[in-house]
Each structure stands twice: as structure tokens, then as C-alpha cells.
Design a protein around this ligand. Structure first.
Ligand SMILES: C[S@@+](CC[C@H](N)C(=O)[O-])C[C@H]1O[C@@H](n2cnc3c(N)ncnc32)[C@H](O)[C@@H]1O
Length: 473
């Protein structure tokens, strides 16, 4: 889980290098909330025709790893079948797997229309990979279909289905995919929960936003010229100051990367620290800090920040990010629930571990990785961490609680229960415009419920729940 923040430059999720990445990016447009269903439209390309069958094998491996377990796709990037590929092929494999994940419901619907009975999983994988190319990425059908058929021929289990693979994929190419709905990409149990929490129209708009590959957002160090950077990246400056890049590709080649002028952080992920409003001369604690997007924001404010996380590997990335940006923080490896340190702080941030369903545009695999029981399990962890965070807030200090989850149990319900248990705290209502959040994110209680359906005019943003609480006793 990333808390919606990506700080690394190289190899960040959702980034592809080279020409293919740029072409895929052309598909990214603001969602159209008034369109309930659409046809998956092929986009012409010849670039992917040169990529070989091994990249398609790797795409299938990545897709299945993502469907099997949380973080599966990232973990599978180091498998020999993926890691040994040349860079462009590896990027292509990842892009195909991400496209298949983003549009899985639609792809399966198209396949199911043509399959009398479900084929073995390996055969379905071949067809999913092929359709993700032709229908989403615009790979020419001759390349995508012929490689699928070649791959079917290769495997003992898939060989008997070679003719079926050929017939189904060529049939779709000839006759078109037919109508599909964005909503079908959401697992039923998640769609039912969001429909109940936010209503049918918002659910539809979230599903539409989630079909698109999101742009890359950058948070800037103080003093960096946002307008100039936006112009250099063919992008825009969003309300709040985030630069939304129009470019894709290798971030490490972007202006300001080497000099640490910015870090990758979704526009919504930048809101919690703006709401915390740390200042020079204050002390701040980031209780679940890695990989560090919010720590960097706090450090950039001039406050003295302690960045704590239980994960040493994730903190390693935080340290690299501090080094690249030239910002400073005290870094502590510890369990936030048991941290043995007497200090209290003026400002405490708890960006708690969560299901991360709000990052579905960037990490479509979270929809498959999240299971209903996990919501309750994480809610318990959040409850304990909130109580631990409260003990760290100095009298008169403030606590910002946030999660990149769309589940109310991880957001609103947590804060309601916390305020009941902790009479020393009360809500300090947020001003959404002042912190660069969509105005409609403001809840009656004064919290922010940011949804990916918001800001369609800017190209959407991640989902987040953010509440600012102040210690009054
Ligand atoms: C949502 S992520 C934080 C993202 C980070 N704030 C950022 O902006 O980059 C949640 C983090 O909580 C950490 N974590 C989970 N349980 C923890 C605990 N008991 N104590 C400290 N850190 C914990 C995880 O290792 C993970 O890095």
C-alpha cells in the first residue's frame, strides 16, 4: 500500500518508459461522467507489433500475480521471465497487465459472450492479454492475435485450445467487441458497498474514472516555479499547487528530477499535510511515514519532522527520497503502537495502513486484492494506531488522520468512534479550497471525503478520507 503517494522516480507504478508509454498516455482523458456504457475502441498502432511472445508471457504472469495477491504485480516484476526481458518489452508487459486489470470486467464480458463454457485459466489468460492489447492499448490485431495463438501452441495444457483462441480473438476483431460497462470492472461486492455509500451515479462516475490511466502528479519543494515546470512537462498547475504532468515516460529525465525539485504524489495525497499545516519552529510526527511523500511535504514546510514506520525496506525508499530532495527528517524504524519515546509533537499525521481502494486508478489490482474481511481487520489496526497517535499530540496540538480508502469503515466510522473515546479531541473543520481539495469533498462534519469521481475537468484524482482533529484538553 502506498497511501496514494509515489515518491520514487524510476519504475513508479503507472509509469512506462519510451514510445509505448506515450501512446498509452494518449488514451488518458478526463472521464465522461454522463456516459454509462461504451465500446472499447481500438487505437491504431504498429509499435507493439515488434514486441515478441516473451513479453506477452510476462504480461500473463504479471496479470495473474496481481489477481492472486496484494502487491503481486510488483513482486512478480523480479521473476526471471519478466526481469530478463529488455526494458521496452518489460514496460510493455507491465502496461498490458495494467490495462487488463483496469478493464478486466469488460474484457471478461466480451470473452464470455463468445465462450460456451469457461476454458482453463491459462487459456483465459492468453485471451485477456491479447484483448488488453487490441482493445485498450491499440496493439495491431495481427500482432496480438498471432502471438496469442503461438503461445497457445506452446503449452501442453493450452495446445488443445489453439483453434478456440484463434476463433474467439479473430471473431472479436471481425465483429467488434460490443457494448461494455465501466461498472463491470468493479467486483460486485465493492460496487454494492460504494453504491450504498455514495449512490449509483457516483459509483458510475468512479468506475469511469478508474478506466483511465491516471496522469503523474508532482509535489514541489518551496521556491520551485510551478508554472515553468508545468509548461516544461506539457502539464497544468492544479488548485493547491500540484503540477499535473502531461508528459509520460522516464521521470528521471524530467527537469528537476536530479536536483530534487519535486516528488511524485497524487493531488489527493498532498491534501492531508496541507490540512495539518506544519510550520517552521514546530515539531511534527509522521507515524506511518514510508515511502515518504507526506514526510517530504512536512520537511519542506520547515517543521522538524520525525518519520516513523515499521517497515525498514519502505523506510529505505524514504531515506533515498530525502537524499534526492535534500530535505531532512529523523527516521525511526518502530511499531507506532509501541514506540518507546516520551516525546509529544505539535502536529501528528496518521496516514494509516488501509485497503487503498481509493488508488484504484493507479493500482487497479487493489480491487482484486481486497477481500471483505480485510476491511474489518484493517479497521482494527487503524483504531489502535489512532489511539497511539493521540498520545503523541501535545496539548493544543493537532492530529490529521487519513486513509486512501473509499471504505467508510476506514474513514468516517473510525473518526466518529475515536472522538467518542477521546473527549480531549474535537474536529477542526477543513476548508477544502485552502488545501487544494475539490469543494464537494467537504462532509457535514468538516472532514474531507475525496472521491475519484471528483475533478473530472482536471482528469480526476485518488480517493482519500482526511480529518483534522485538535487536542483541546
Ligand atoms: C499508507 S502507507 C503510508 C504512506 C506514506 N504516509 C506516504 O505518504 O508515503 C502506510 C504505512 O504504514 C506502515 N505501518 C503499518 N503498520 C504500522 C505500525 N504499526 N507502525 C508503524 N508503521 C506501520 C506501513 O509500513 C506503511 O508504510
Amino acid at each position: 500500500m502506498t497511501g496514494g503517494s509515489r515518491v520514487e522516480g524510476r519504475g513508479s507504478k503507472g509509469q512506462h518508459s519510451g514510445a509505448r508509454g506515450r501512446r498509452i498516455a494518449e488514451k488518458s482523458r478526463p472521464p465522461k461522467p454522463d456516459v454509462a456504457s461504451s465500446t472499447l475502441a481500438p487505437r491504431p498502432s504498429t509499435l507493439d507489433a515488434d514486441i515478441g511472445v516473451e513479453a506477452r508471457v510476462a504480461a500473463g504472469i504479471l496479470l495473474n500475480a496481481a489477481l492472486e495477491r496484494r502487491n503481486g504485480l510488483d513482486e512478480a516484476m523480479v521473476l526471471p521471465e519478466v526481469a530478463a526481458l529488455p526494458g521496452p518489452d518489460r514496460a510493455f508487459a507491465r502496461a498490458v497487465a495494467m490495462a487488463a486489470l483496469r478493464r478486466l470486467g469488460e474484457i471478461d464480458h466480451i470473452l464470455n459472450q463468445r465462450l460456451k463454457k469457461s476454458p482453463p485459466e491459462a487459456v483465459r489468460t492468453l485471451m485477456r492479454v491479447s484483448l488488453a492489447q487490441t482493445l485498450v492499448l491499440g496493439t495491431p490485431a495481427f500482432a496480438a492475435v498471432s502471438t496469442a495463438v503461438k503461445l497457445a501452441e506452446r503449452g501442453v495444457k493450452t495446445r488443445p485450445y489453439k483453434a478456440l483462441v484463434n476463433a474467439v480473438l479473430r471473431g472479436i476483431e471481425r465483429e467488434g467487441p460490443g457494448l461494455t460497462t465501466a461498472r463491470s470492472n468493479l467486483p460486485d461486492w465493492i460496487a454494492a458497498r460504494w453504491a450504498q455509500a455514495y449512490g449509483e451515479a457516483t459509483l458510475e462516475a468512479i468506475a469511469l474514472a478508474a478506466r483511465e490511466e491516471p496522469p503523474t502528479d508532482l509535489s514541489l519543494k518551496p521556491g520551485v516555479d510551478a508554472a515553468a515546470l508545468a509548461e516544461a512537462l506539457d502539464g497544468t498547475v492544479l488548485p493547491g499547487g500540484t503540477v499535473r504532468a502531461g508528459s509520460r515516460g522516464d521521470l528521471t529525465a524530467w527537469p528537476g528530477y536530479d536536483t530534487g525539485d519535486w516528488w511524485v504524489q497524487d493531488a489527493a495525497a498532498a491534501v492531508p499535510v496541507r490540512l495539518l499545516a506544519p510550520k517552521a519552529g514546530e515539531t511534527a510526527l509522521d507515524l506511518c511515514a514510508a515511502p515518504g511523500g507526506k514526510t517530504l511535504q512536512i520537511a519542506a514546510s520547515g517543521a522538524t519532522v520525525t518519520a516513523l514506520d515499521r517497515s525498514e525496506p519502505r523506510l529505505r525508499r524514504l531515506r533515498q527520497n530525502l537524499e534526492r530532495t535534500g530535505l531532512a527528517a529523523e527516521v525511526v524504524v518502530a511499531n507506532g503502537e509501541e514506540w518507546d519515546d516520551p516525546r509529544t509533537f505539535d502536529a501528528v499525521l496518521l496516514d494509516a495502513p488501509c485497503t487503498a481502494t481509493g488508488t484504484l486508478r493507479r493500482n487497479p489490482e487493489v480491487l482484486r486484492a481486497t477481500k471483505p474481511a480485510e476491511v474489518a481487520k484493517l479497521a482494527d489496526v487503524q483504531h489502535r494506531l489512532l489511539d497511539a497517535a493521540a498520545l503523541r499530540v501535545a496539548p493544543g496540538g493537532r492530529l490529521v488522520y487519513c486513509v486512501c480508502s473509499l471504505e467508510r469503515e476506514e474513514g468516517e466510522t473510525q473518526v466518529i468512534a475515536f472522538l467518542r473515546r477521546n473527549p480531549a479531541f474535537r474536529t477542526a473543520p477543513a476548508d477544502p479550497v485552502a488545501v487544494g481539495a475539490p469543494p464537494e469533498a467537504l462532509t457535514p462534519e468538516g472532514w474531507l471525503r475525496i472521491l475519484p469521481s471528483m475533478w473530472p475537468e482536471h482528469g480526476s484524482l485518488d480517493g482519500f478520507f482526511v480529518a483534522r482533529l485538535e487536542r483541546v484538553l
